[in-house]
Each structure stands twice: as C-alpha cells, then as structure tokens.
Design a protein around this ligand. Structure first.
Ligand SMILES: O=C(O)CCC(=O)C(=O)O
Ligand SMILES: [Fe+2]
Length: 323
C-alpha cells in the first residue's frame, strides 16, 4: 500500500524583531484563527546555541537506558520520558523555568557520567531565557491581533505570571517508514497544554497540523525559522477565537529527528476564564472557568503512560458544548 500523501501548508512568516504592522496583525489573526500555527524569523537565537544544545543533548540521549531512567517517570525529578510512553520512537528531556540552570543541573547531577554538566545547564539557561522573552513578545502580538487594545488591557492582568519549560525531543528512526500504508508517528495527535509553544524543528521535517477537515498538512522546515502554535490554555482564554490545533510528528525511515519545544504556560493556580470583552456581546462562553492545574492533572491522568498525548483536549475538560 502506498503511504498517505500530504499537502504542505505555507504558514505566514513574521519578523518578530520588528513592531508588527497593521497588515501583519490581520494576517497573524487569520493564522491564529485558521491554523493556530505560524512562523517567526529574526528571533535572535543563535545557531551556535542550537548546535551546542543539539550536541550536548545527543550525548545525554546516547547514555544507557539505566542512566537516563534515573531521571524518568519513576524518580521524583521526572525529567526524562523514555521510549514507549509517547511512542516507541520518541524520548525527551524536560527542563523547567524560571531557573533553567538549576533545573538542568538537577538532571545532570543525577547523570553522574555527564562529562560537562555546567555547559549543558548554561546552554539550556541561555535558550530558556531567550525563549521566555520571545514568548512574551509573541503573546503580546497575538493579543494585539485579537483587538485594538487587548495587549494593553489583558497582558498585565492575565499573562504576566506565565512561565515556561523546555522539552528536548529525540526521535529515533524506525526501520520501516510505514505500517500497512500508514505513517509511523513519532508523536501522536495532540494539542499542547500551553498558551503558546515555540518549536525549533531540524531540517528533517515531519511536523504536521490537522486541518478543520481532518487532513494532515506538512509544516515544512524553513532555515532560521521557528514554528509557533497556540495551545489549549490560550485557546480557552480566547473563548476559542485562537485555534489550538491538533498536530503530530511523522517519521521517515532511518532518519533521526531532533526538536526543541518550548511551552509558555499560565501559572498553575490561575483560573482560566475568557474576559467579557474577549467573548464579545451576544456570544456565549464556550468553556466553564477552570483552574490551570486541574486541567494539567486531567491530561496527565486521562492518558496512558501519563503523557500529554492523543485525544483529550480542553474541550473534553471544560467545554460547554460537549463533543
Ligand atoms: O517535535 C516537534 O516538532 C513537535 C513536538 C510537539 O508537538 C510537542 O512536543 O508538543
Ligand atoms: Fe505539540
């Protein structure tokens, strides 16, 4: 059987180093409503930091399972997700902000055989700080795209206490690229539990977004470009105006894939409730108010292997219009 064929989607590209012009705001608004995905350039993250992070992480992933699993689901630190949780071909390392250095050190401290723990932690810290700053800029731009003074009105009150964490993802190549004509998923269909996510995918590709009609569309890698997507938290806060799209990663035969996903989230105790002005007169709230932490718990416990994968979204948790 032939593998499914996919169309690719040309997402708009925004220069995040510049103030966003009115015409860019309307195309940003369109991208957030239609796809929940867009690209950014001139993000200020140097190739050097990326390369260092790639090589230092690759070293960690190459350590024996017995070492890595000490960081894993069974330890109190829980920074490592081994193979066979999200998929047989996926493993990841999590580093949490705001003190990215300390978080990375607590992992490398457990990996006693790590040759240069400080270099890894320093590099993660540099990347984490850059991504946090970028996330703030992106949230402001997205708010602006929703309405004239939304950024001024809601940034401070609702988004000022956001925090981020980084997931370093390593996808190992399966020996076959299709099973009965279906692609091999490195990461199954899911939505992100973030306000916004910033993804740095390597040149291999494989990231796909699901269209409203349910068709998988390739998001092709672009040099020096980061992928941004809206997550469930900002989707709910916007009363569904910003789309949190289902996406996944498919793998190619024998090609290793590496990605960095940075999740920018509301504080755990925040009650997520779309403001009246965001809902708009005459419209109803499509989500009941909910505490961020409770949603994260729901996602963890409703899935096999406690991983943010497959199936359940904020619609199932707090949606007023049940699916
Ligand atoms: O690896 C990628 O390109 C995307 C990863 C992703 O969607 C996630 O970690 O939530
Ligand atoms: Fe994701």
């Amino acid at each position: 059987m032939m593998p499914e064929s996919h169309s690719s989607i040309e997402l708009p590209v925004f220069d995040i180093s510049q103030p966003i012009s009115p015409s860019c705001l309307s195309s940003l608004s369109l991208a957030c409503n239609e796809w929940g995905f867009f690209h950014i350039i001139n993000h200020g993250v140097s190739k050097d930091v990326y390369r260092k992070l790639y090589s230092l992480s690759t070293h960690i992933f190459s350590l024996p399972y017995e070492s890595k699993i000490k960081l894993g689901p069974s330890s109190s630190v829980r920074t490592y997700t081994p193979h066979f949780i999200a998929s047989p071909f996926f493993e990841s390392l999590r580093v949490s902000g705001p003190d990215f250095f300390a978080s990375a050190q607590s992992s490398t401290g457990i990996l006693l055989d790590h040759p240069n723990p400080d270099e890894f932690s320093e590099t993660v810290k540099e990347y984490g700080i850059e991504m946090s700053e970028l996330s703030r800029r992106i949230v402001r731009a997205v708010l602006m795209s929703m309405g004239g003074d939304f950024a001024r009105k809601f940034y401070e009150s609702d988004f000022n206490n956001c925090h981020g964490y980084l997931r370093i993802n390593s996808y190992s190549p399966p020996e076959i690229s299709t099973v009965e004509g279906k692609e091999v998923e490195g990461l199954g269909m899911h939505t992100d539990m973030s306000c916004v996510t910033i993804v740095c995918q390597d040149e291999i590709g494989g990231l796909q977004v699901r269209s409203r009609e349910g068709k998988w569309m390739d998001i092709n890698p672009r040099e020096d470009t980061l992928v941004v997507n809206i997550g469930d938290l900002m989707h709910a806060w916007s009363n569904g105006k910003l789309r949190s799209s289902e996406h996944r990663v498919v793998l190619k035969r024998n090609v290793h894939r590496f990605s960095l996903a940075f999740f920018w989230c509301f504080e755990d105790e925040k009650v997520i409730f779309a403001p009246d002005e965001v809902v708009g007169e005459g419209s109803t709230r499509i989500y009941s108010p909910f505490v961020c932490r409770e949603y994260l718990k729901f996602r963890e416990s409703s899935e096999k292997g406690k991983f943010d994968k497959v199936g359940f979204t904020v619609k199932d948790f707090a949606g007023n219009l049940k699916r």
